[in-house]
Design a binder for this molecule. Structure first.
Ligand code: GUN
Length: 278
C-alpha cells in the first residue's frame, strides 16, 4: 500500500483554511532565505503556495548569499525584536561560511515555528509539549497516525542522524513508546538493524539504500528523502520493489515537502491562536 504524503497533508490544509478564515486576523509567517539552492527555492515556493491556499500571510526576507555571519545575526536580531514578526524560519541549508548552529541558537525560541532552536529540541527530548516540534519529524508521526500505525511497542529503525530529522524523530518515537535504533548511511551491516524493525524510516539521500531483502516481510517503510541520479528521482528505499513485495511505503517520487509545510503552518496557526485569540 502507498502511504501518501500529499493526500494526508490535504486534510490538514483544509482544516487550517477553515480555522484561519474564522480568525479576526490571519497569522503571518516570515522566512529568511540566504542561499537560493534549488531545494531551498522549492521549499520556499511550497511555503508561499500553501500559505496563500490557507489564507496565511507569507513574507520573504532575502539576503545575499555572501552575507557575513554578523550581518545575518543582525537580521535575526531584528526579527527577534520586531513586534510585526511573530513567527519566522531561517531556510536551511545556509552557505558554508555561516555557522548554522550559531544562527539557529540566535532565533527567539518563542518565534521558532520550525522547532530547530535547542530549547524547542530539548522540550521534545523531555516530552514537554509546550514547545515547537520540528516539522518533518512531526509530519512522519502524523502520517503514521493517519494510517493507524501504532508506535507503542513497535521496533523502529531510523536511518539518518540529522538534527532536523533523524534525532528529533528518534525522540518522538521513543516518547510514543517505540523501541528505536538510530543508524546512518555508514552503519556496518545495516540489515542487522532493519531486518527486525516493524517500521523503517530513512532520510539519508543514498539511492536505494534499503531493499526488501533487508527487512521483514510486513515492515512499513517511510522514505523521507530522495536523490537525483542521471535525472531520475530515487528514494532511499526502492519504492517499486517494496510495493511488489506487498509492503506499505511512502512513494518516491512523491516527496515529504507538503507534509513538512503542513506541520509548519500548523505550528504557526496554533502559536498565533494561543498568543492573540485567547
Ligand atoms: N531545509 C530542509 N527542511 C527544512 C525545514 O523543515 N525548515 C527549514 N527552515 N529549512 C529546511
Amino acid at each position: 500500500m502507498i502511504l501518501n504524503w500529499t493526500q494526508t497533508s490535504r486534510e490538514i490544509y483544509e482544516n487550517l483554511k477553515n480555522n484561519i478564515w474564522n480568525l479576526a486576523d490571519a497569522p503571518t509567517l516570515w522566512a529568511i532565505l540566504v542561499w537560493d539552492s534549488p531545494a531551498s527555492l522549492r521549499y520556499i515556493k511550497q511555503k508561499r503556495k500553501f500559505a496563500k491556499k490557507i489564507g496565511m500571510w507569507f513574507e520573504l526576507i532575502q539576503r545575499d548569499e555572501n552575507i557575513s555571519q554578523e550581518e545575518l545575526l543582525e537580521t535575526i536580531q531584528t526579527c527577534n525584536t520586531s513586534e510585526n514578526i511573530s513567527w519566522y524560519i531561517v531556510q536551511l541549508p545556509l552557505p558554508k561560511h555561516i555557522d548554522t548552529n550559531k544562527i539557529i541558537e540566535s532565533i527567539d525560541p518563542k518565534k521558532d515555528v520550525d522547532g530547530f532552536h535547542p530549547e524547542n529540541q530539548w522540550k521534545v527530548m523531555i516530552h514537554d509539549n509546550s514547545g515547537f516540534v520540528p516539522c518533518t519529524p512531526a509530519g512522519v508521526i502524523h502520517l503514521l497516525s493517519e494510517y493507524k500505525v501504532e508506535l507503542s511497542w513497535k521496533k523502529v529503525c531510523i536511518i539518518g542522524r540529522s538534527n532536523i530529522v533523524g534525532k528529533p524523530l528518534a525522540l518522538l518515537c521513543i516518547n510514543a513508546g517505540a523501541t528505536v535504533s538510530v543508524c546512518n548511511s555508514r552503519t556496518p551491516k545495516l540489515e542487522d538493524f532493519t531486518i527486525s524493525a516493524d517500521i523503517i524510516i530513512c532520510a539519508t539521500g543514498i539511492p536505494h539504500l534499503v531493499k526488501p531483502g533487508m527487512t521483514h516481510k510486513n515492515a512499513i517503510i517511510i522514505d523521507v528523502w530522495f536523490s537525483v541520479v542521471d535525472g531520475k528521482i530515487m528514494g532511499d528505499a526502492d519504492t517499486q520493489a517494496f510495493l511488489d513485495a506487498g509492503n506499505s511505503i511512502t512513494p518516491v517520487p512523491g516527496w515529504v515537502g507538503p507534509m513538512t509545510v503542513a506541520m509548519l503552518m500548523t505550528n504557526t496557526y496554533l502559536a498565533h491562536t494561543q498568543k492573540y485569540e485567547k
